[in-house]
Structures are given as C-alpha cells and as structure tokens.
Write a protein that binds this ligand. Sequence first.
Ligand code: DWN
Ligand code: SAH
Length: 392
Amino acid sequence: MSFGRMPIANGFLPRERFANEYFFELAVAYCPHCRMVQLVDQPDREMMFNETYAFFSSTSSRMAQHFKEFAEYCRAKYLPAHNPFVVEIGSNDGIMLQHLARVGIRHLGIEPSANVAQVAREKGINTISSFFDEQVARRIVEEHGQADAFLGANVMCHIPYMHSVVEGIRILVKPGGIVMFEDPYLGDIVEKTSYDQIYDEHVFYFSVASISYLFEQHGMEVVDVRPQNVHGGSMRYVIAHKGMRPVTAAVAAQCAKETSWGLADASTYDRLREGIERSRSDLTNLLKDLKRQGKRVVGYAATSKSTTVTNYCGITPDLVEFISDTTPIKQGKFSPGVHIPVRPYEEFRARYPDYALLFGWNHAEEIFAKEQVFRAAGGKWIVYVPKVQVIS
Ligand code: DWN
Ligand code: SAH
C-alpha cells in the first residue's frame, strides 16, 4: 500500500525551509516468505537521526514509569549479581538506562542522535553517538567485553540493515546473556487499524513469527514474549543464544494467535488497506463538517505518527488551527508536509478549542487524566484509533 508523498516524520521545520523540504514515497509491503511487514523505501538514516532529532523520550510520565519497570525487570530477572554489563541501543535521553546507572550497574548507551545523547550524558549515563551494527558491536566487545544484557525499545524496528544488527547482537551478548527489546506489535496495528505507526523511522512491523525467523538465522531464539500496553500495543521479545534457556509456552501460544488472526494471509492486509482508506474518509469528513460549523479544532501532541495522518488525509491548517506540543524544539515550527503550526501547550490551555484532535492517542490515559478541565469546560476529543469518533 502506498500512502503517497511523505516528508520526514520528525522533520518539524521553520517557514524558510518549506521550499526545499524532502519528500519520499511511503509504501509498505508484506513478505510471505519471512512474514515481515516492512517499508519499501526508507530515507537515509542521517536524514532522520541527527543532532536535531525532535523526539525526547522523557516527555511522557507514563513512559518514564514504564521504562523504570523495564529496567527493574531486567535487573531482577536476568542480571547476574557480580559486575553485570548492559548495552542499550536507541537509548535516547537515558529514560531507561538511568535506572541501571543509578544503582551502579556498568552500562553503555548507543544513540546516534547527538542532541538526545547529550541529555543522557548530562544525567551521568555513558553514551556513545553511533548507529549500532555489527562493526560497532565488535568495537564494544574489544573495549568493554561481552554484555550480560542487550536492551532496546522502539529502535530495532527502525534499522533497515537488520542482519548486521542481529549478527552484532550475537557477537556482543555472552553465551548465557539475554536480549530484550520491544516495538509496536503488528497484531495491534492490524486489529486497531493504527496505520499512523507507519512512517519513515519504522521500517519494520514485527510479529513473533517474523522475529523468530530472523533470530534463528543467527543462532538465537525467542524464549519469551510479553505484550506491553504502551504506544498503542507493543511486544517485548526476550531472546537468548539457542539452547541456553527454556522457551516459555507464551511463545508458541502467541504464534498460534498470529496464525488465527491471519497475519500470514495476504487477504488480512487487503482488509487493513480498506480499513485505512475508510478511516481517512471518516476523519476528513468529520473535520470538514466541523469547519462548516465554524468550530475550532486544535491537534494535541505533534507526534511522529501525526505526520502520516495529516499528509495521507490532507489535513491542512484550514482544518486544524495548530498542534499543541510540550517539546521546546518543535514549538514555533511547522508540522512536516502540511505545515500546521506547532504551538506550546500553554496556548492550548489559555484558550481551549471546541475539539482537540488526539494525535497522541497512545498516551490517551495520561492525557485524559491531565485534561479533565478541558472536558469539563465542554471540550471534545476526536480520536481515530481504533475508529474515528468524538468523545465528549
Ligand atoms: O518509535 C518512536 C516512538 C517511541 O517515539 C520514535 N520513532 C518516535 C516517537 O514517536 P512519536 O513522536 O509518535 O511518540 P509519542 O510518544 O507518541 O509522542 C510524543 C510527542 O507527544 C512529543 O512531541 C510530546 C507530545 N506530548 C504532548 O505534547 N503532551 C506527549 C504527551 C504525553 C503530552 O501530554
Ligand atoms: N528507546 C527510546 C527512543 C526511541 S526513538 C524510547 O523508546 O522512547 C528511536 C531512537 O533510536 C532514536 O533516539 C534514534 O536516534 C535511535 N536510533 C536510530 N537508529 C539507530 C541505530 N542504528 N542504532 C542505535 N540507535 C538508533
């Protein structure tokens, strides 16, 4: 399926840069052989991950709590008592590693986006600015020795040269060590029609079947899977060198569910495409209708995901006045492609709109709890996952 011309999802830009904004064709496909759902084409990595990367992990308090629990789970269940060494890739501003660093655990973050890596360093987290791959893994082993745990959240699905990454993991992790990473789960994307997970940074949409197939090619196996209620439905994969750890019943059970949901059937993806097209017409019809009624609609959270929605649906500033966001680097700029102004959250609070279009739907619980006054004042939410609806 093609979503048409798309800009860089996190490429929030000033007006002066409108004229030479970069676009590529966002298209996604399913491979019946390796079971992977993946982008057909992806912009160069340096165009997405650099010293002006706009996503700082610690903007969500719910995610901060989630990663505290992730770090604690790893430490309690898998780290040896004596001098463990942990490597995390895509460590961003240190949201997860800080909890291991704090208790004196030897650690290393691998984070190519220099600005967010610097925030982590300022918190005292050892971080190198590099793109992880097999070569980097060899260098880490030479300098620090092998790791007891390899961690990643919302990063494995970002890296197109996956065989180099997985080979790097095989080399880096001790024979008895553990690999744990989590990413948005294909089963949830299909079930909820959450097509906004599809954007330049997300090159892969993993399932247990596709991850098992991938790691088996590198002498490793999935030993546990743990669904996570974050980012609209994620899966945590626990992986070890083949034969080193017992495989839990959850792995086969999840694979059986994937088969029963039709994740291996092409027709499932035809239905998904139809659902996405329906979602687009429902959302644009609603926004045009509200415009005709003279209602004010403001976007809530300038997420990466919103770039797919606004560009695919053609949501321009005449339909959405501005997008409220708490990240200073995005404020005062314009959203990629459709150029909706991004304004500080304080502007949302100062003059509530009639409707808030929830681009951060994956943080709905946290946001609804924070915005009770908006709702009490008569404000309504527009959500589009799992279906387009107004919540008053
Ligand atoms: O995979 C990725 C995930 C983990 O994070 C990355 N490729 C990029 C990023 O995706 P995203 O931008 O869609 O992430 P979020 O966490 O859904 O959205 C973050 C944005 O939302 C930030 O700009 C801050 C904003 N926000 C806000 O304005 N008010 C967030 C919350 C919770 C809020 O209350
Ligand atoms: N783990 C954090 C950040 C996710 S955003 C969280 O879940 O909130 C994805 C991060 O991966 C970005 O900070 C990006 O710079 C980083 N990244 C992208 N390609 C990478 C690679 N090849 N190696 C390591 N990190 C990478």
